[in-house]
Design a protein around this ligand. Structure first.
Ligand code: F0G
Length: 341
């Protein structure tokens, strides 16, 4: 089969017509990878929906293809977003593809290096602010409406609409619904989108969402003014899709809980060292969550969404290793350093 991208593959489930100019990088169609090392720990069959395999390395591309296509259809001449990094990388790439400018407003110093590099590489206008994601979103929402620019954060309904296609793919690949679908939660668009996708197909897994302990407004039931976590992608204190996330949790008889940075980094290491899947820290929150709550998992197949690729955040990875000393370029020196023979 030739994969044609999210809009062409799921056209009948999306708000497009023949007049919609499709802006695509052939996103979606990501693999559902068995994770035996995680299965051993939680004593269930666990699969990873590896969204890091999308064109810009995160699940954001799935919604961005529709958001940008509709923006063009509706006559927008530019797009804008606030971001913890991945949305800006994706928006910048799709804007480049469409040939329109892209403005991204970011929390200064809190964007993983790979994501920042992507925004610049694709030619976005980047404005770092002395504030967090929640401040950036408030600013860009107001600026976009003043400037008549299309806002492509997940408050844009087309984003969530197209992100729901990930649930369709899980159902098609498994041939049935998972009993639990676990994923990280930041601005809460993705949990909303999966739940929509599952319910449109009459499927009902329990949705288990996990926030970072220092950024867990949905768990505490109140806005977190100064969110903190190593998982910068989900460093969000006031999720835009708050109410929809609570509906997804309650209607699915699911849960939204917090996992600590230590639990996130332990799952991140487990995935890279024992499963062979390299993700960014935030992406490991779902796996951290099912490990934390393994005793509460019902019988059946578990799916965890791995939201972004490990190459997004090289600094978190390199901070965790002691780079070995450089040795002379000889066989003996390399053998000695590698402690061979
Ligand atoms: N995982 C990654 C890697 C993310 O980049 C995000 C969100 C999430 C999980 C959480 O998804 O917001 O739908 O609940 N990143 C946004 C951004 C906020 O700006 O890139 P969510």
């Amino acid at each position: 089969m030739t994969w044609r991208g999210v809009i062409a593959e799921h056209r009948e489930s999306l708000p497009v017509t023949d007049a919609t100019p499709v802006v695509t990088l052939l996103e979606g169609g990501t693999p559902l990878i068995p994770a035996p090392a995680v299965s051993d720990i939680v004593r269930r069959d666990v699969f990873l929906k590896f969204e890091g395999m999308n064109p810009t390395g995160s699940f954001k591309d799935r919604g961005m293809t529709l958001a940008v296509s509709k923006a063009i259809e509706e006559g927008a001449s530019a797009i804008a977003c606030a971001s913890t990094g991945n949305t800006s990388a994706s928006a910048a790439a799709y804007a480049a593809r469409a040939g329109i400018p892209c403005l991204v407003v970011l929390p200064a110093g809190k964007i993983a290096a790979g994501k920042l590099a992507q925004a610049f590489a694709h030619g976005a206008t980047v404005v770092p602010i002395e504030g967090n994601f929640d401040d950036a979103l408030e600013i860009v929402r107001s600026l976009a409406s003043d400037l008549g620019v299309a806002l492509v954060n997940s408050v844009n309904p087309y984003r969530i609409e197209a992100q729901k296609t990930a649930a369709f793919e899980v159902l098609d690949d498994l041939g049935h619904a998972p009993v639990v679908h676990a994923l990280p939660v930041g601005n809460a668009g993705n949990i909303t989108a999966y739940w929509r996708g599952y319910t449109e197909r009459g499927a009902g897994p329990h949705m288990w969402g996990f926030q970072a302990a220092g950024s867990a407004p949905l768990v505490h039931g109140e806005i977190v003014e100064n969110p903190e976590t190593v998982a910068t992608a989900i460093r969000i204190g006031n999720p835009a899709s708050w109410d929809a996330a609570i509906i997804a949790r309650d209607d699915s008889a699911g849960r939204i809980d917090a996992v600590t940075d230590e639990e996130i980094l332990a799952a991140y290491a487990l995935l890279s060292e024992r499963v062979g899947v390299y993700c960014e820290p935030a992406s490991a929150a779902g796996v951290a969550g099912i490990i934390k709550h393994a005793d509460a998992l019902p019988e059946g197949t578990i799916v965890c969404t791995i939201t972004g690729h490990g190459l997004k955040d090289p600094d978190t990875a390199t901070a965790r290793i002691d780079l070995p000393a450089t040795v002379p370029a000889t066989i003996e020196a390399v053998a000695a350093a590698a402690e061979l023979g």
